[in-house]
Write a protein that binds this ligand. Structure first.
Ligand code: AMP
Length: 369
């Protein structure tokens, strides 16, 4: 079955979710609220998403038989992570609609393809160069200058697979440490802040953006999100326009996040696109409690072929990630007035592991007359 044979889902239909982490869990919960069922496919028996669904498939992504059975149980398939192996996506897409279309992954799984794609749309990014050896790294440094950031083209996340290169560093040693054959070098961006736009594109092409989110990282991991971002409205509008252009050019169906840098300039701040996440995103978790419809429900609506919501933000929102041992403080958070605590049901709190988050919504005051 192809996407063109796809018809809107009915309440009671089942959505297949590839990946069993917290994003899959929150997608499954959102589906349940709309009267839809979810079946989660994950190789990890301890997947937190398994706890909230009746039907789960615990198998490797290369297990063709398990994939075929999974596909036969569901009406539409989506994913909670961008590194879905292409063979897995192809097997599934031959049997059921997979949304967003796995073709999107060819662009977003590869930082070079992604940057080329964004640049061809006329959207600014940091200056970048293709690197595949110590020699090409030296050439790229000559072209881009220092400081710069080297990133593996694939499988990087939360600052893994990347390093800053400064004046005096040894490019040969940095290249050897990266243990990759394919990377890109980016100019280091002296950003003033980081923002993201969470948007949904429906099957009919409509794009709905949430208010722009401002993100603060600690040790390369998202720690706080603030909505709305503290940026001028003209810049926020530009960020939404960029996101709409990207979602439309990808032929996207579902929720995506576009991460951007806000760069100070003589004529005011400007935007550079850093990364596209073809999925619901940590910087959109504030929408669970801070908006009338969350990013998770919005994604489910999009892939179900249902109308998108036009979410209303309830106030000024702060989202705080509980990372590693911070989960041990959840009892304190439970008593904070106005705070909503989300725990992901994960086992051991390893350093850097996202264990839960807290949202705090300060209601907007009465509108000025
Ligand atoms: P990424 O994996 O591309 O999302 O990068 C992770 C984080 O590293 C970003 O959120 C930024 O804080 C930082 N970073 C990435 N690329 C650059 C860059 N070109 N210049 C400065 N900081 C960067």
């Amino acid at each position: 079955m192809t996407s063109s044979q796809w018809v809107p889902l009915k309440p009671g239909d089942t959505i297949g979710i590839l990946g069993g982490g917290q994003l899959g869990r929150m997608l499954a919960l959102a589906a349940a609220r709309l009267g839809l069922r979810a079946q989660v496919f994950s190789p990890d028996p301890d997947s937190p998403a398994f706890d909230v669904v009746q039907n789960a498939t615990c198998a490797e992504y290369a297990d063709v038989e398990a994939l075929e059975l999974f596909a036969s149980d569901v009406s539409v398939i989506t994913y909670e992570f961008e590194n879905v192996p292409s063979a897995t996506a192809m097997i599934l897409a031959a049997r059921r609609p997979v949304l967003p279309d796995p073709k999107v992954l060819e662009t977003t799984q590869d930082r070079l393809a992604e940057k080329d794609f964004v640049s061809k749309l006329g959207i600014p990014t940091a200056r970048y160069a293709d690197v595949n050896s110590a020699a090409t790294l030296r050439a790229a440094i000559g072209k881009i200058g220092l400081p710069a950031v080297i990133k593996t083209r694939r499988f990087g996340y939360d600052g893994k697979g990347q390093a800053i290169i400064r004046e005096g560093d040894d490019p040969d040693a940095i290249w050897a440490d990266l243990e990759t054959k394919a990377a890109i070098l980016e100019a280091f961006v002296p950003f003033e802040r980081e923002i993201s736009v969470i948007a949904a594109r429906g099957s009919g092409g409509e794009v709905v953006c949430y208010d722009v989110t401002e993100n603060e990282h600690q040790d390369h991991i998202l720690k706080f999100s603030y909505a709305p971002a503290r940026i001028p409205e003209t810049l926020a509008e530009q960020a939404r326009t960029i996101t709409k252009t990207i979602a439309t050019a990808l032929g996207y169906v579902g929720v995506l996040a576009v991460e951007m840098f806000v760069v100070p300039g003589a004529d005011g701040p400007t935007l550079l696109v850093n990364e596209i996440a073809p999925r619901v995103h940590n910087s959109g978790h504030w929408t669970l409690d801070g908006a009338s419809v969350s990013q998770f429900e919005q994604h489910i609506r999009a892939i179900a072929g249902w109308p998108l919501a036009h979410p209303v933000r309830h106030g000024t929102v702060t989202m705080t990630n509980l990372i590693g041992d911070e989960i041990l403080d959840h009892g304190k958070w439970l008593t904070v007035p106005g705070a909503t605590v989300h725990l992901y049901g994960k086992g051991a709190p390893r350093p850097g592991r996202k264990m839960g988050h807290v949202t705090e919504v300060k209601p907007a005051g009465p509108a000025a007359k």
